[in-house]
Design a protein around this ligand. Structure first.
Ligand code: GLA
Length: 390
């Protein structure tokens, strides 16, 4: 659906009025390497993608908030005293969480009506939720002239997910969908928020995603469980090192402290091993990219997948099947699960001439092995959140 079609649907839904209608867009993101390192103060390497969420929005003179979507039937109309409670298990919780953050911070937010339309595949690990939260924060900031800067909007969008939706996510997704630049990936230090935009020059190679189309179950509770496990690991390691974040511990230091992790802490040890090695892999991958050593970059992707599967335990049979098929296909330099895991997508570094072979191999072997069908998406790094014209 293009922007003028969404705008027409908005008018159909909410009618005409004097107030100006504005249109905003935030992309989704794919993380190339560095997963489950953001909430432990580590490095990540994502880029924004061309799929995303568009919102058409208009202020009103009433003190009510109206939310609708072209993707789902439900329309919600909330009074100002209703915005502090979760709205069932619904997508509206993302914009609602953002709205609540603005209100709690004392920003002067009046009534509005808005229509969302998204094309980020749901539950695919491509940050459809951050895309909704960030586009909402950006739009409210603009239409109510709150004069917040982008870092502040990133914080609001992350807090909405942490405090309102209840997922203890890190800052990677909100940052990536806000700050994305065309043809660049970002090396972001999630502790300091220092970010380096690095041209993604892949020559004859492309970034290709395969969506497992696996139903994700318990992913939120398992995600929060990992956050707790990394905190336990940090407490153990603080007996030896003056660190405030798990990612500050080097792989060697963790190895040297292995004896601090008794039999009941072996799982926690493995979680920590994933974090500290993954943090290092991001550094190595960025050096490899700068050196045009895509072979090494790809190998680090495979290593990352192994670590997410074996030490962090966030992979799944469908994800492992996709990575194994990629690994056996000519012209594939690397493949790994991307995002939180428990289903979702793999990200693959593939020679342009072999993308079709890989798609054919996936179509045949993946369905044989899992009974599922995987969709293929080619990705180029896109620009972050912005106002668009219809
Ligand atoms: C989800 C979270 C992010 C990050 C990734 C895993 O996408 O929202 O903060 O933790 O999982 O890297």
């Amino acid at each position: 659906m293009n922007n003028s079609e969404i705008e027409s649907l908005f008018v159909e839904r909410f009618g005409e009025s004097e107030a100006p209608v504005r249109v905003f867009f935030a992309p989704g993101r794919v993380n190339l390497i560095g997963d489950h390192t953001d909430y432990v103060g580590g490095l990540v390497f994502p880029c924004a993608i061309h799929y995303g969420t568009t919102v058409v929005i208009r202020p009103t003179t009433k003190n009510t908030f109206k939310f609708a979507s072209t993707n789902f039937d439900l329309v919600a109309e909330l009074e100002s005293d209703q915005v502090h409670h979760k709205y069932g298990d619904h997508w509206i919780n993302y914009p609602l969480g953002v709205l609540q953050q603005f209100i709690n911070a004392g920003d002067d937010i009046g009534g509005f009506e808005c229509l969302y339309s998204g094309n980020v595949p749901n539950g695919a690990g491509l940050s459809s939720s951050a895309s909704i939260s960030v586009v909402t924060a950006f739009a409210l900031n603009e239409i109510f002239s709150c004069a917040r800067n982008l870092p502040s909007l990133i914080k609001i969008a992350q807090a909405a997910e942490n405090d309102f939706v209840g997922v203890q996510c890190g800052v990677m997704d909100q940052y990536a969908v806000t700050m994305g630049q065309r043809d660049h990936a970002m090396m972001l230090d999630c502790e300091t928020l220092q970010c380096e935009q690095i041209p993604l020059e892949l020559g004859d190679y492309s970034i290709v995603l395969f969506n497992t189309n696996q139903r994700r179950e318990l992913s939120e509770s398992k995600y929060n469980e990992r956050v707790v496990e990394t905190r336990s690991a940090l407490e153990v390691l603080q007996q030896s090192y003056p660190v405030s974040q798990l990612a500050q511990v080097s792989p060697q230091q963790l190895h040297d402290s292995a004896n601090l992790f008794g039999p009941d802490l072996q799982t926690v040890y493995r979680r920590a091993r994933h974090v500290v090695t993954e943090h290092q892999r991001v550094k190595d991958a960025v050096v490899a990219l700068r050196d045009r050593n895509l072979q090494l970059f790809g190998q680090l992707m495979f290593d990352s997948h192994d670590s997410l599967r074996d030490d962090y335990d966030v992979s799944s049979n469908p994800l492992n099947a996709l990575v194994a098929i990629a690994c056996e296909t000519e012209g594939v330099l690397g493949a790994r699960l991307t995002g939180a895991g428990f289903g979702g997508c793999t990200v693959n570094l593939v020679h342009k001439e072999h993308i079709d072979n890989l798609s054919v191999a996936v179509a045949k072997d993946y369905t044989n092995q899992t009974g599922l069908t995987a969709d293929c998406h080619r990705i180029t790094p896109a620009q972050g959140v912005r106002e668009v014209t219809a």
